[in-house]
Design a binder for this molecule. Structure first.
Ligand code: GLY
Length: 284
């Protein structure tokens, strides 16, 4: 039996002005969610657990995923989410899906399909076929952000979870409302292997500027390096060093097959929480 571990993140701060009140509220939300997720992991697989955690994070309007997602330049919310099951080595995701409550649950339905990443209208049609009804994920705060049109500010919230279960299986899930005010059609990293990846050796979920994360192939590189024998610390450090030439803006959470948990960010302040049998820590 493996000693299980779980780590979640609520992205970088994505509000136009981040107050101490918001910061505390996010930390409290993460504390609540990591405890629920930890309890869930005791009787569920890593895969089920990461999906469970992302659903809770998507439902909390404090975070930029599901309810509370950022609004794109044309006033519409389009969300992206993906799941990577380290055991079966299957990846599924939705890109730029509109008007559903939990994009991560639509991605889950795709795990068992041959076509596993769907975008835009196709993703929405699939969701409706699967019984996901219409849901408006706008919140007052995001509408205010949008109306102020402060697109020059970094808006990089995303949510994610990586888990290692009692059987030693790893999984990673990530969900985002994007960076806010993006050109219609822009594709986030969150439903790519740069933003979310896992295999039998390591799982990684990222947050940050999607373009930088894709440029650095961040999650896939870290997982590959651990698979090839590097320690998690070395793999993360090397991958972040490779972001420096273009000032890549990224943050990650990761767990390896030995239960080592890690977080790293290139810029302040990713909010995250980690838990195993011995520790519970909330940061950000
Ligand atoms: N990392 C989220 C995004 O850039 O869309």
């Amino acid at each position: 039996m493996t000693t299980p571990a779980v780590i979640i993140h609520g992205g970088f701060f994505s509000e136009l002005t981040t107050s101490q009140e918001t910061k505390t509220a996010k930390q409290n939300a993460l504390r609540h969610i990591i405890r629920q997720t930890w309890a869930f992991l005791q009787t569920h697989s890593a895969l089920e657990t990461t999906i469970f955690a992302c659903t809770l994070l998507e439902d909390d309007p404090l975070f930029n995923a599901g309810t509370g997602s950022q609004i794109q330049s044309d006033g519409v919310i389009r969300m992206s989410a993906s799941i990577c099951d380290g055991e079966s080595q299957k990846f599924s995701g939705v890109i730029n899906i509109e008007n559903v409550k939990n994009p991560i649950l639509v991605a889950e339905k795709l795990l068992s399909r041959e076509d596993r990443i769907l975008a835009g209208e196709g993703a929405l049609n699939f969701a409706r076929e699967q019984g996901f009804g219409p849901f408006d994920t706008r919140t007052e705060l995001r509408i205010q952000d949008y109306e102020q049109k402060k697109s020059e500010l970094v808006k990089t919230g995303t949510v994610g979870c990586v888990a290692l279960d009692h059987q030693g299986r790893l999984a990673a899930s990530t969900s985002t409302g994007g960076k806010g005010f993006e050109i219609v059609g822009r594709v986030s990293d969150s439903a790519t292997v740069a933003g979310n990846y896992a295999n039998a050796f390591c799982g990684v979920s990222t947050t940050g500027v999607g373009e930088d994360i894709v440029n650095g192939a961040v999650a896939a590189k870290i997982v590959t390096r651990v698979t090839d024998g590097m320690s998690l610390q070395q793999a993360v450090d090397k991958t972040f060093k490779e972001l420096l030439p273009f000032d890549g803006f990224a943050g990650i959470i990761a767990i390896d097959h030995q239960g080592n948990m890690m977080q790293k960010d290139s810029h302040p302040n990713i909010v995250y929480a980690m838990k195993n049998a011995g520790t519970e820590e909330i940061f950000g």
